[in-house]
Write a protein that binds this ligand. Structure first.
Ligand SMILES: *Cc1c(COP(=O)(O)O)cnc(C)c1O
Length: 410
């Protein structure tokens, strides 16, 4: 886990130079994660489809593209941003949920491959394109996997995917319109750490796949857990990769053909690359608790408040661990915007090196679902973003001004 500096640049220097609140990303960390993923699936015809909703900054997307990573998008706007970042439509997969059919038509018109997750949409796709456009079908394998209920996507009650129990209906629509189904897809959820869950979901999809004769691709989604604290090992990617590779090889053999394997990690590729920096506005010594109030809130990093997510927090301005105190780290928004949640999804206190007003507080694992979930709530500006690459830091999203907030208003 990167601590007080990124590529030898102290976090406090970055805060001073670029101001706070600030997202900083380490390009080397992203490259490292891409290599780990490739190594985990060595010998397999693997394509990495970065789940761009985790972080859609253009510079991050360009970095992905330069490293041979394709994109998985969930909206026409993400698709458009991908094209601007230099991707070809054919390198982009559109995996929407519950969108209007016109968005699917738009994606097809840009050359993207779509992933269909609803019987009525599959039927419309057949009526519109017949066999002329390839597609993937997203299956809901009825598997429980993921860090918590809110981030599970393949259990029986999930809205995502077509139920694995509706195979007959799927096959009948595919036959009726001669739909060109080139792949099957499933994405189980987020923060999955054990190989067993991936294996279980994959094997459900494999069992399902034998009736589809023209497959070229199996897409096993993302959801690989990352380490959230110095003690947290995260997923053992090499082990999970091996489990999934073996299951995939066995499937291909039985299917009678070598297929391509796609995975769609978001968090795994970018979470650890990001650190969020904010400044301590106030230290509030209350009879019950001591609060550290930073110049940010759920408007900039909502994961703790939305999912009870754990972010490792430290005082970037004070490396002296001989004097630590328990602090509840909160924001400046007029809501309860506690940043310090424990691993059970409860607000708690963190032992931090003694904090004084003006200190820079850093939150780790801020590269995924951080900036992309930020809002203008309380009419405050979005954070700026900085990428550190080759030992140099550069702004990849400027700080906003009031004009940005007023734009489009009457
Ligand atoms: C969000 C999403 C992912 C990525 O999930 P992570 O937990 O960030 O790896 C992958 N596939 C689909 C379809 C998604 O919606």
């Amino acid at each position: 886990m990167a601590y007080y500096s990124i590529q030898n640049i102290p976090l406090t220097d970055l805060a001073k130079e670029f101001g706070t609140p600030l997202y900083v990303y380490d390009a080397d960390k992203i490259r490292e994660k891409i290599s780990v993923l490739r190594a985990a699936f060595e010998g397999i015809d693997l394509t990495i489809k970065y789940a761009a909703k985790a972080n859609t900054n253009l510079s991050i997307l360009r970095l992905m593209r330069e490293n041979g990573v394709d994109m998985d998008v969930v909206s026409p706007q993400e698709l458009e941003i991908g094209l601007i970042a230099g991707y070809e439509g054919s390198n982009i997969t559109f995996t929407p949920s519950g969108v209007h059919f016109s968005e699917i038509e738009y994606a097809v018109s840009k050359g993207a491959i779509v992933n269909l997750d609803n019987l009525s949409v599959l039927e419309k796709f057949g009526q519109t394109y017949g066999s002329s456009q390839p597609c993937l079908i997203r299956i809901k394998p009825h598997v429980f996997g993921g860090g918590n209920e809110k981030i599970m996507t393949a259990h029986p009650e999930s809205k995502f995917g077509i139920s694995i129990h509706q195979k007959a209906e799927i096959l009948s629509i595919v036959e009726q319109y001669n739909i060109n189904v080139i792949g099957l897809h499933q994405h189980t959820g987020s923060d999955i750490k054990d190989g067993k869950t991936f294996e279980q979901a994959a094997s459900a999809l494999f069992d399902f796949a034998y009736d589809f004769k023209d497959l070229q691709i199996i897409d096993l989604g993302g959801g690989f857990k990352v380490p959230y604290s110095p003690e947290d090992p995260g997923v053992n990617m090499l082990e999970v990769g091996q489990i999934m590779s073996n299951a995939f090889r066995a499937f291909c053999q039985k299917y009678g053909r070598e297929l391509r394997l796609w995975v769609e990690p978001g968090k795994f590729l970018v979470s650890e690359s990001g650190t969020f920096l904010a400044e301590t506005n106030v230290v509030k010594r209350d009879p019950v608790k001591t609060f550290v109030g930073i110049n940010s809130g759920l408007n900039h990093l909502i994961r703790p408040m939305m999912y009870g997510s754990y972010h490792y927090i430290f005082n970037a301005s004070n490396q002296d661990s001989s004097k630590q105190e328990d602090y509840r780290v909160t924001g400046y928004i007029c809501e309860t915007d506690t940043f310090s949640f424990d691993f059970n999804g409860k607000q708690n206190e963190r032992l931090l090196n003694k904090v004084k007003e003006g200190d820079i507080i850093a939150l780790a694992n801020a590269g995924a679902y951080g900036f992309t979930m930020a809002s203008h709530y309380n009419s405050r500006f979005l954070p700026a973003e900085v990428l550190v690459d080759g030992g140099k830091a550069r702004v990849i999203r400027r700080r906003e001004t009031l004009e940005d907030i007023l734009r489009n208003q009457e």
